[in-house]
Design a protein around this ligand. Structure first.
Ligand SMILES: [Zn+2]
Ligand SMILES: [Zn+2]
Length: 215
């Protein structure tokens, strides 16, 4: 499975005019379906970054919105105008264009190898994260982790051994819960990126727009 970060506060792949902006979006290409997890804050920046990375929006089959904050659902409207026949998984009953809206409650399968934690209570917003079946174990992909990293990992572990965490971690600083992970990739709003890289020099990786992670 291939993950490409298309919207983030930082740039990873320099020199091709990609734009950074406060927000997050990550494309997940599986053997079957292609999923866009979150859409950043601004549709123009999102579509422009995708174009520069050679990603055609028409390859998207499913969009998952982690939570209803502007920096995660802001690009949705622009996508709704150009894509067709898409399943939209979000926590609130808000349709977009002619996307096929699926409301999420409990943890469930989205497509082969991709599951959602379901709606987890969070402050200030409830949130869902994705649980991805990689070659060597399970990976968590999170938007802002408002529902707490601990809670997300606990749900993910009901599927199997969790080996990686990629996502916005906000003010998360309970670092010891990351001890057993082989890959930690703090992005977007993660306040303690530097600290995480210091504490986990082998597991942690830098990311940003243009970063590709194969799992
Ligand atoms: Zn948020
Ligand atoms: Zn955010």
């Amino acid at each position: 499975m291939k993950l490409t970060i298309v919207y983030d506060n930082d740039i990873y792949k320099k020199n091709i005019d990609l734009k950074s902006d406060w927000g997050f979006s990550c494309l997940i290409e599986t053997e079957g379906k292609t999923i866009l997890f979150d859409t950043g804050a601004n549709g123009e920046i999102l579509l422009n970054n995708m174009r520069l990375l050679g990603i055609d929006p028409y390859i998207i089959d499913i969009i998952v919105i982690s939570h209803e904050h502007w920096d995660h659902n802001g690009g949705l409207k622009a996508l709704g105008l150009i894509v067709d026949d898409i399943e939209l998984y979000r926590l609130e009953d808000k349709p977009c264009g002619n996307m096929n809206l699926k409301n999420i409650g409990m943890s469930q399968k989205i497509t082969k190898g991709v599951y959602t934690t379901g709606k987890l209570t969070g402050t200030p917003k409830d949130e869902q994260s994705l649980i991805l079946q990689g070659k060597d174990g399970w990976y968590v992909l999170a938007g802002c982790s408002h529902s707490s990293v601990e809670k997300i990992l606990n749900v993910a572990r009901t599927y199997g051994d969790v080996v990686g965490l990629i996502g916005g971690l906000h003010g998360f600083n309970n670092f010891h819960v990351l001890n057993d992970l082989k890959l930690v990739c703090p992005v977007h709003c993660s306040k303690y990126k530097k600290k995480i890289h210091e504490l986990f020099p082998d597991a942690s990786i830098n990311a940003g727009v243009g970063k590709i992670i194969e799992i």
